[in-house]
Design a binder for this molecule. Structure first.
Ligand SMILES: [Zn+2]
Length: 339
C-alpha cells in the first residue's frame, strides 16, 4: 500500500530524492496525503472541522538523530497503509538530508539556531531553515491558533538523568494547555523544562509566532539507523499515535517540571567546567558547589536544588555555556501551565 505514493518508504525515497509515484494520494478511508517537497508530506483527515488539530511533527533537524526520523517515517507508512485513521491534519517533516548523509548533527552550522527573525550568515542550514519556515507558515495558514501544535523530535548525544524530556519554548501566547501537558504525562516524558527566554529554535518559531502548542522533545540518546532502542520509546510512540487519532488522553501525574534559574555565558577564552565532560543533563549540585572557572571568576551553583543542562564549555565567547535549572510546581492559570 505504501506503493501508492512512495517506491520504498517516505524516508528511503526522500534520502534518494526520488519523485513520488503520485504527489497527491486519496486513500480509501478518505485520508489525503500530499507530498509538498522532499521530506515534507501533509496528511489531511477525512473530515476537517473547527476542532481539528493541525500538528507539525518534525524530525531530522539534526541529521544524526535517527530515532525520531524512523518514528516519523513509520507514521507515514502506517497512515498510507491505512493501519489507523488520523483525525488530525499533520505535517510530517524530515529536515536535513545532507547532515543525515554524513551522520552528523549538521554540516556548517546548527540548524536549530536559525529560526529567529534576523539575518544569519549564508549556510546550507540557512537554506533549509527558510524552507521550513515557509512550510510551517503554509501549514498553519487559516487555522485557529488553539488548534496548532508542533512537536519537534530530537535525541541527544549527552546522557540524561531524565531519559526523555521536553523543552517548552517561550511564548507570549498560551502554549502550555492542559491537553499538551496531558500528552506529556501520558506519553511518559519524564520532565519538561519551561523556558521564558526568547530563543531561535524551530519549536520556538511555532510557539512565539503562531501560538502553537510547541515542544522540542529529547527522546533518549543518539544511535545509528536501525540501532535505536525503540522499546524505550514505545509509550511515547503509542501516545503520539493516539493524539493523531484524536483520542482524548488522560493524565497520570509523574511529569517533573523545571524552570530556568540561570544561564552561564562564556566571557573569557580561559573557560572550564570542573565536572566531567560527559556529565548527564539534569545532574544536580549543592548550593555554592564549584562548577568551573571563567577567566578569574569562580563559577558556583547559585541556587538551591540547581541542576545543569546542556553544558558546553567550548561555545564561542558571549554564548551560553550551560543552563542552570531548578524544579518548579506549575499550575494551570487561565488555561496555561504557569509557575
Ligand atoms: Zn537535536
Amino acid at each position: 500500500m505504501a506503493g501508492v505514493m512512495f517506491h520504498t518508504s517516505f524516508l528511503q525515497d526522500s534520502i534518494k530524492d526520488l519523485d513520488a509515484i503520485s504527489d497527491e494520494v486519496r486513500l480509501e478511508n478518505g485520508v489525503t496525503v500530499n507530498k509538498w517537497r522532499r521530506g515534507v508530506i501533509e496528511i489531511i483527515p477525512s473530515s476537517v472541522t473547527e476542532q481539528t488539530k493541525h500538528i507539525v511533527l518534525s524530525s531530522g533537524v539534526h541529521g544524526n538523530e535517527t530515532a525520531p526520523i524512523e518514528m516519523v517515517d513509520q507514521i507515514a507508512t502506517e497512515i498510507l497503509a491505512q493501519k489507523w485513521q488520523p483525525e488530525c491534519r499533520i505535517l510530517l517533516i524530515i529536515a536535513h538530508f545532507e547532515s543525515m548523509a554524513i551522520e552528523k548533527r549538521f554540516v556548517e552550522t546548527n540548524l536549530n539556531r536559525l529560526f529567529a527573525d534576523k539575518d544569519y550568515p549564508a549556510s546550507q542550514e540557512l537554506v533549509i531553515a527558510k524552507k521550513l519556515k515557509q512550510d510551517v507558515a503554509r501549514f498553519f495558514e487559516g487555522t485557529k491558533q488553539e488548534n496548532r501544535w508542533h512537536l519537534d523530535l530530537h535525541c541527544s548525544i549527552r546522557s540524561s538523568i531524565h531519559y526523555t524530556f521536553a523543552i517548552s519554548p517561550q511564548s507570549d501566547h498560551k502554549t502550555r494547555s492542559p491537553e499538551l501537558i496531558e500528552f506529556l504525562e501520558k506519553s511518559g516524558i519524564e520532565a519538561v523544562l519551561l523556558s521564558e527566554e526568547a530563543s531561535s529554535t524551530f519549536s520556538w518559531l511555532s510557539s512565539s509566532k503562531y501560538g502553537a502548542q510547541a515542544l522540542t522533545l529529547e527522546l533518549g540518546q543518539v544511535a545509528k539507523f536501525g540501532h535505536n532502542d525503540m522499546n524505550r520509546l514505545a509509550q511515547f510512540n503509542q501516545t503520539l499515535i493516539e493524539l493523531l487519532q484524536g483520542k482524548s488522553l488522560s493524565q497520570t501525574g509523574s511529569l517533573k517540571a523545571y524552570q530556568v534559574a540561570n544561564s552561564i555565558y562564556r566571557q573569557n577564552e580561559a573557560f572550564e567546567f570542573f565536572f566531567e565532560a560527559k556529565l548527564p543533563n539534569f545532574s544536580s549540585f549543592e548550593l555554592g558547589a564549584e562548577l568551573g572557572r571563567d577567566g578569574e571568576e569562580l563559577l558556583t551553583m547559585p541556587v538551591e536544588s540547581g541542576a545543569i543542562v546542556f553544558p558546553n564549555p567550548g561555545v564561542e565567547l558571549k554564548q551560553r555555556a550551560a543552563l542552570i535549572v531548578k524544579p518548579c510546581q506549575p499550575e494551570f492559570v487561565d488555561g496555561n501551565w504557569s509557575y
